[in-house]
Ligand binder design. Sequence first.
Ligand code: NAD
Length: 296
Amino acid sequence: MSTIAFFGLGNMGSGMAANLVKAGHTVRAYDLSSEAVEHAEKAGCIATSSTKHALDGADVVVTMLPAGKHVKSIYFGADGIIENVQDGALLIDSSTIDVDSAREVIEAAEAKGLNMVDAPVSGGVAAAAAGTLTFMVGGSKSAFAKASIYLEAMGKNIFHAGEAGNGQVAKVCNNMLLGISMIGTCEAFALAEKLGLDAQTFFDISSTASGQNWSMTSYCPAPGPVSSAPSNRDYKPGFSAAMMLKDLRLAQQAAGAADASTPLGAHAEELYTKLETANKDDLDFSGIMKLIRGEL
Ligand code: NAD
């Protein structure tokens, strides 16, 4: 069993760290929030008071932080993970961050002889707590092989997406597609309704016809047809519009850097920005239905 330094015990990280404890590992928890550390301690983690303290005796590191700037700040510098972790350690960053930052950190880690993967996740807080996350992993084959045992303790589906940063590529491309398909689904339901076709009838037809997609069949943005969908609880998240906008912005950043044409991705970002401007980005991302219906 390993000693794991775990950084970022927020909504997602707290459940993930608890699952590593359940798998028999020693987990040394550090977060800027003392409340988050206390919560982790209750789940069986060892509370620590600094980055260096958390790294004491750790042969594995997991980070689950908000954005690229947080990841860079904790990995780099004299007090950072790369400088202070023990030789030969395995580093796993599961935060959703921009592709360039992910590649920059992994390159620096490899230059010090460390193994590192980017391993962002799909699945929300419930999947993190249940250990059923999907991991999309970028990095060398050997680093992926070493990381698998820890990822399996936190998730159900583990994919090697290829070279460093490719986990983030898979994540932002998937979520860009999800944002676009959600908006398209909202438009279709809103138009059907205006033309006199009720949501359930349209769902029954389209969910077995060529318009069928996940946003419709598992997460229908029109109230009624899918009882578990956030549309039936006034769009309480779920996966918030703010998190969708974060991922759409990362996709646009990556598209700009790669000179890729993503006109619908760009438009999806604009529409979710309108939800943010209206202070409604705490709604579930399917709450974009309110914007499409002209209710905001
Ligand atoms: P969160 O804000 O709840 O947790 C992040 C934690 O990191 C906070 O507790 C914060 O105090 C801590 N932190 C920040 N900087 C730190 C530092 N330098 N050292 C130690 N701790 C630090 O966020 P979350 O919802 O858990 O999301 C984490 C990541 O997972 C994000 O990148 C997010 O995009 C991604 N993600 C979230 C979800 C979701 O449903 N919440 C789903 C998929 C992916």
